[in-house]
Design a protein around this ligand. Structure first.
Ligand code: ZN
Ligand code: ZN
Length: 736
């Protein structure tokens, strides 16, 4: 802290308001000027808000009479370091999002208010020799102090604040008095990293090459580790982390889904004697705050977490790892629409440290960056277990006997698999029983009243559900249009496949894993445990099964229907198809036994299925990149999408037409930016609101961002923007 000089000191504060600017405040004369990264309380309109100081400054654009004084300074020490603030400022600029909301997203909930940070709860106190003597001398005039001494005497490892609080709400005063008298001392905190618990296994040549390449990078470098499923990418991570921890630095490890953290965490704990924090949704806010403080204070060695953990500050950052980098869940789809991969790369570059992206099916963006030499590519073509990749065969649904979605060869293969005592896995990316309810007499289809979408019949719950807005209805007894006494269900969902399998294989133990069967906390873990224990003979599930879980007992994978992805309007559909099928197929044949993958399709001649059969990522990527280049899609162009929705039909579209005119005026000065015509969204009505979108693209990033900043300012200033709900998505993943 520095002393204020004659009241001329100003600070620029990021406030949690939907405005993309900083707010200047005067530091009252005689008050210490807060450092950047400290929270302050400031008057804002009629309210008082808590914000984060981003910078000090000597002058403001505001006339002096309009400058207000800070109301209070919350933190004496900055919560966020200059590197963190630089990252958050970059994110706010890049995603055109209010910097105050970005800062709030980066802080744990308990630090978003005006409470000073609580003392690190992992501190422990223990008894000193003087304390033992005082205890032996008896209670005297301070009974609470005596109780604390007695409790501490029973716990050699010491007690933390939570334990002491249980003794009395007034524990703190009594403890302070005991600390002053040297009767109690604070126990030293555990070292963040204490060493290895086990010797690492010998690395394969491919692993060794990747480990060496990553270890040789000094400063920032982005590494893409493309390894086939089961090639041991985690071992590469562990070895790189080991080197960074030995240097006394910290690692951040990001995974797409929380259900993956237990298996990763146990591998980390088996390898490292270290403070490892896992940030997941099961934590209380207090636990989250503690983990955040340990990371920011340098007291943890490794932080594992999902998307939002990318913001956790590290006192001594050494390495960032992003596993399954292709996973779409790294992109936040609502509100503050950032992509954790791109934030992680920027973060590593600002910190001057390497970042490792790993995947068996890299995103085309990352692979393209590797081909261009911007990322360093390492490829692993072998599994350390020497288990071969599964053989993949196509089953032509048009020419095979099919019963309730299961073709005869698939049925026979499941039966043979059972007879050998092995597990099979069936993948279908559609939950529920049937995706359509239909009247055979008049052709009526059950539609969601609030969306342009069909309702799915969930038979166990006997409900019709909309998978887009959550609408729930009951199945009509007769056709509401023509009165036909019986309506029928069409198509298959996971519930239906489960039933069919149960009929085909009476007595088989079948585990279904989808959003319906894993709604309650811990349910997914329980089901996975049953699968691992070998209790389940057949697994049926949605894309939740594609997310990197290991199922060593599975030797047969059946893809029930891949055709919906072959003919999707989404330009990323072929990429998703390759990723999904490869990832699901990769669950198979992990141990010594080779596996088989059977893909059911009506279009076995599709060129997109050939690289899938041959496990040929490079061939797939060449084909897909050529298509993207021809169509001017990412990674050859950069996109931004303005979305709008409103309760009235055509209101959103009319708004976008006005914004389109505004954009064309602005784009005159940035000719490299192309502004498309506004269109109704593919699913125009959703949750009772009409939606439309407007795409902007450019081959160059810089002019696009100059344009977007000006355009967004003009949109915010326009009156029309108040008639709709709108958002601007930079690098959108979902265009439909
Ligand atoms: Zn009818
Ligand atoms: Zn709906």
């Amino acid at each position: 802290m520095t002393a204020a000089s004659a009241g001329a000191d100003l600070v620029q504060v990021a406030l949690p308001v939907p405005l993309r600017q900083l707010f200047d405040y005067r530091v009252p004369a005689g008050t210490m000027v807060p450092e950047p990264g400290c929270r302050v309380r400031v008057p804002f309109g009629r309210r008082t808000l808590t914000g984060v100081v981003l910078a000090r400054t000597a002058r403001s654009d505001l006339p002096p009479e309009r400058l207000k004084n800070l109301a209070a300074i919350v933190d004496r020490q900055p919560l966020l370091a200059p590197a963190d603030l630089a990252m958050l400022t970059w994110i706010a600029d890049y995603y055109l999002h209010p910097v105050g909301e970005v800062c709030a997203a980066a802080l744990p909930v308990l630090l978003r208010g005006d409470k000073p940070p609580r003392e690190a709860e992992d501190r422990r106190w223990h008894l000193t020799t003087a304390g033992r003597e005082r205890l032996a001398a008896g209670a005297g005039r301070a009974p609470l102090q005596f109780r604390l001494l007695a409790a501490l005497a029973e716990n050699d490892a010491g007690l933390d604040a939570a334990a002491l609080r249980l003794l009395s709400p007034r524990w703190r005063t009594a403890l302070d008095a005991l600390v002053r008298d040297d009767c109690v001392a604070m126990a030293p905190l555990p070292e963040a990293y204490r060493g290895l618990r086990e010797d690492p296994p010998a690395a394969t040549p491919g692993q060794a090459e990747a480990i060496a390449a990553i270890g040789q990078s000094h400063g920032f470098r982005c590494h893409l580790v493309h390894g086939i499923t089961g090639s041991g990418k985690t071992e590469i991570y562990l070895r790189c982390i080991e080197r960074v921890l030995a240097q006394g630095r910290q690692c951040l490890v990001l995974v797409p889904e929380i259900a993956l953290t237990p298996q990763l965490e146990s591998r980390f704990r088996n390898r490292f004697d270290a403070v490892i924090d896992v940030l997941h949704s099961g934590l209380t806010e207090t636990q989250r705050l503690q983990a955040w403080q340990r990371a920011a204070g340098g007291r943890s060695a490794v932080v594992i977490g999902t998307r939002s953990a990318v913001f956790v500050p590290l006192a001594r950052p050494g390495l960032v790892i992003l596993d399954e980098e292709h996973d779409p869940s790294y992109k936040q789809q609502e509100g503050f629409r950032y992509h954790a991969r791109d934030v992680a790369i920027k973060r590593a570059s600002l910190a001057g440290i390497p970042v490792v992206l790993g995947s068996a099916t890299p995103s085309l963006e990352s692979y393209h960056n590797a081909l261009q030499g911007r990322f360093q590519l390492t490829q692993l073509h072998e599994r350390p277990t020497r288990a071969g990749l599964p053989a993949v065969h196509l089953l032509d649904l048009a020419h095979l006997p099919v019963e309730h979605g299961i073709s005869r060869p698939l049925r026979d293969a499941i039966g043979a698999c059972r007879a050998r005592g092995e597990q099979s896995l069936l993948f279908l990316n559609r939950r529920g029983f049937a995706p359509a309810i239909y009247c055979p007499a008049c052709g009526w289809l059950a539609h969601c009243p609030r969306c342009d979408a069909r309702l799915t019949w969930h038979r166990a719950a006997d409900r019709l559900r909309c998978h887009h807005c959550g609408h729930v209805g009951s199945r009509p007894r007769q056709c509401p249009q023509c009165g036909e006494p019986e309506v029928i269900s069409l198509g298959q969902g996971t519930e239906n496949i489960h039933d069919t399998l149960q009929q085909l294989f009476p007595g088989a133990v079948i585990e279904r894993i989808d959003r319906d069967t894993t709604r309650r906390r811990g349910e997914l873990e329980q089901r996975l445990t049953r699968v691992h224990a070998g209790e389940a003979e057949i697994l049926v599930g949605t894309q939740m099964l594609s997310k990197g879980h290991d199922f060593p007992g599975v030797t047969l994978v059946g893809i029930v229907d891949c055709d919906q992805l072959l003919f999707s309007a989404d330009f990323r559909a072929s990429e998703r198809l390759f990723q999904l099928v490869t990832q699901v197929a990769g669950r198979c044949g992990r141990a010594e036994r080779p596996g088989t993958v059977l893909i059911q399709t009506r279009f076995p001649q599709s060129p997109w299925l050939q690289p899938v059969i041959r496990h040929d990522y490079a061939a797939f990527a060449d084909m897909a990149l050529a298509e993207r280049q021809a169509a001017d899609y990412p990674p050859y162009t950069h996109l931004a999408l303005l979305r709008a929705e409103a309760a009235g039909r055509n209101v959103a579209l009319a708004f976008l037409e006005a914004m389109h005119r505004l954009a064309q005026e602005l784009a005159v000065t940035t000719p490299s930016v192309e502004v498309m015509e506004p269109l109704p969204s593919l699913m125009e009505k959703r949750a009772g609101r009409y939606r439309a979108q407007l795409l902007v693209q450019s081959r160059q990033r810089a002019p696009l961002h100059q344009f977007l900043a000006r355009w967004r300012g003009a949109i915010e200033a326009s009156r029309r923007s108040r008639t709709v709900r709108w958002s601007l998505d930079v690098d959108p993943v979902d265009l439909y």
